[in-house]
Design a protein around this ligand. Sequence first.
Ligand SMILES: Nc1ncnc2c1ncn2[C@@H]1O[C@H](COP(=O)(O)OP(=O)(O)OP(=O)(O)O)[C@@H](O)[C@H]1O
Ligand SMILES: [Mg+2]
Length: 329
Amino acid sequence: MNDDDAPKTAIDLCSIEEIGIATRTHLQNSGFRSLKDLVVRGPVDIAEATGMDIEKSAILCNRARQRLEDAGVLEKSFVTARKLYNKRLSAERISTGSRNLDTLLGDGGVETRAITEIFGEYGTGKTQICHSLCVMVPHDRAHGGLGGKAIYVDTENTFRPERIVSICSARNIEPNHILDSIIVAKAYNSAHQELIIDETGPIIDSNEVKLVIVDSAVAHYRAEFLGRATLSERQQKLNKFMHILLRISETYGVAVVITNQIQSSPDSIFGDAFRPTGGNVVAHTSTYRIYLKRSGRNRIARMVDSPYHPETEVLFSLSEKGATDPQQY
Ligand SMILES: Nc1ncnc2c1ncn2[C@@H]1O[C@H](COP(=O)(O)OP(=O)(O)OP(=O)(O)O)[C@@H](O)[C@H]1O
Ligand SMILES: [Mg+2]
């Protein structure tokens, strides 16, 4: 059952008896539109919005989850491995435009209901892959897409509609439909980035969004929280942000793709003396982590962390077509 089939009553805030008119108004004023928002934003935000204590807010959150489970929107708390396996066999994917990269990611591209993190040095193609995914997602399933739209949270001012048009023309795709399928949100600082993500749920539902990109997830936090003294606050905020992204991916059934930079790692003895920024918080929340590296004119993509992929690498290229395979041009 997909979200559209779920009974409307299971989604509306009012379908939980603990939510009276006053509570609903408080929630709506803080951007909660549906039960999905309660699950995504969690008890602390609910408590802040309503003035309830945290225990009551947690009960509300659990009730919302239960309703969504009953409606088939969310996975039940207890489920057999076989059922999970069958569900995984039909996991939905969005092509990157490069067959090699799609293979690395698991036969078809980035997966819905998961966070895929792409990290690497400047100019290695993180933003290019994000643009390519935006071009692919509106296509039907037979052509690498999911017939849906993309939300592009641009924190570094590097989203370029011209690049979307140039990828489309190199791939013989009519660009206007693709441009109409990308919803861009520019985030000016970390607080703005958090606000945008809090408002993302209703936009996903009303626009049939299948892909949420945050390019880059960590840059504002790195720029704003400098020095050791602010490290724990930074990690706390980043942790919350990443967990909201994870719950968005699960609750709304979308693919989440984040980009991340690397920093030099002085304690590294073997291999690359670099590691992605954001520390354990980003590492533990991302489902798949892809490391990009230059290799002459091409790029190497390595799957460095996945619950089921071996650590393998592939070669891909950046061309007018966006992300492609080296032999494609
Ligand atoms: N139209 C194009 N045709 C071919 N290659 C292109 C084109 N546009 C960009 N590129 C390639 O993409 C590279 C930039 O990649 P991208 O912007 O994705 O880097 P990034 O990994 O996001 O870097 P940063 O960390 O600075 O954000 C350029 O160096 C160039 O090689
Ligand atoms: Mg970039």
